[in-house]
Write a protein that binds this ligand. Structure first.
Ligand code: ATP
Ligand code: MG
Ligand code: FE
Length: 339
């Protein structure tokens, strides 16, 4: 039967129902932007309470939209890490409760595996994506290059030494006086800017490997902001920041592909994949390596439950499910998964 996916690891409450073949029967995401905006970032306690308040109705809604009775589900998949522990407990416990009541298998999904496997949902990409492929996970909480070798088989090739790339966008946007979350606002401001006006450092560029570092860039932005006198100056600095980030990501992605000779595709996930400058730079790298750049639609790049249901389907298909005493894990590196 269809699989219910539940996501509550950060600041999106989400539920989705997918048919066993991956057809999306219903999906819903409730962002907590309004709750957290007054604080300029995600407040874990507020997040957990909001997940608890909204997950039951969201679940009922997707089941109704899919036209599926809970009793006809084939399984329940809930994000069980990594993420904010309060939200993880809400989502995983809710999922386990349904699994007990309905006597269905429960899958404790790793959120990063959800992002990693999204590109494999049938119909997502013409022709599909075969293992192994390179995953660039570019979000507010994560910044890594991962070799995806199979279900449950992940090798981290590189990751950030300090800030995640989305965090760098958010911090620089804040320095530029833009509202949180800063990524989209910074991209909009950058559109009218000259990326060459302010030279910024390009951390890690041309170093071996594919680790990232963004804190030096943020410092350079902080040092430049007091020199800005006009809106054009601010746009120029935003453009310079975005240009440098895209260049660094492209350099790191190119090295990652060099470390993964068998890769069939370069897949991007995470909110920063929405950035057109970043996409264009990564497209150039993939093309230079003779590979397709696969970017799922934005709504499936950011946090969602479709990816959680799909990871559940891939796991159930492989004969995998989890015991009901599986404990949510705030830290849960992809490399620790098995299949
Ligand atoms: P996690 O890391 O657990 O997936 P998250 O909520 O931080 O959690 P996402 O929801 O995938 O991650 O993405 C949000 C991040 O993406 C924010 O840092 C946001 O600023 C950034 N972002 C979104 N749109 C853009 C854009 N157009 N340009 C640059 N950054 C963007
Ligand atoms: Mg989010
Ligand atoms: Fe995420």
């Amino acid at each position: 039967g269809p699989v219910l996916g539940l996501e509550a690891s950060c600041d999106e409450t989400a539920a989705a129902v997918l048919a066993p073949d991956g057809t999306i029967l219903a999906e819903a995401v409730r962002s907590q932007l309004a709750e957290h905006t007054p604080f300029g970032g995600v407040v874990p306690e507020i997040a957990a309470r909001a997940h608890l308040a909204h997950l039951p109705a969201l679940t009922a809604k997707v089941l109704a939209e899919a036209g599926i009775a809970a009793a006809d589900l084939g399984g329940i998949a809930a994000t069980s890490g990594p993420g904010l522990i309060g939200g993880l407990i809400v989502g995983a416990t809710f999922g386990k409760g349904m699994a007990i009541a309905l006597d269905k298998p429960f899958v404790a999904v790793n959120h990063l595996e959800g992002h990693a496997l999204t590109a494999r949902i049938p119909g997502m990409v013409p022709g599909g994506v075969e293992f192994p492929f390179l995953l660039l996970l570019l979000s507010g909480g994560h910044c890594q290059c991962v070799a995806v070798e199979g279900l449950g088989r992940y090798r981290r090739l590189g990751s950030t030494l300090d800030d995640a790339v989305g965090e760098a966008f958010d911090k620089s946007a804040k320095l530029l006086g833009l509202p949180w979350p800063g990524g989209p606002a910074l991209e909009a401001l950058a559109r009218t800017g000259d990326p060459k006006r302010f030279p910024l450092p390009r951390p890690m560029l041309r170093r071996p490997g594919c680790d990232f570092s963004f804190s030096g860039l943020k410092t350079a932005v902080a040092q430049t902001v007091p020199k800005l006198a006009s809106d054009q100056d601010r746009a120029d600095l935003a453009a310079a920041f975005q240009y440098v980030v895209a260049a660094v990501l492209a350099d790191r992605a190119s090295n990652a592909l060099g470390m993964m000779p068998g890769a069939t595709a370069m897949v991007v996930a995470g909110g920063v994949a929405a950035n057109q400058g970043v996409r264009a730079a990564l497209h150039g790298v993939a093309e230079a390596h003779g590979l397709p750049l696969v970017a799922p639609p934005i709504r499936l790049c950011t946090d969602n439950a479709v990816m959680i249901a799909w990871a559940g389907i891939e796991r159930l298909r492989a004969g995998l499910s989890d015991p009901l005493d599986h404990a949510p894990r705030p830290r849960w590196p992809l490399a620790e998964l098995s299949a």
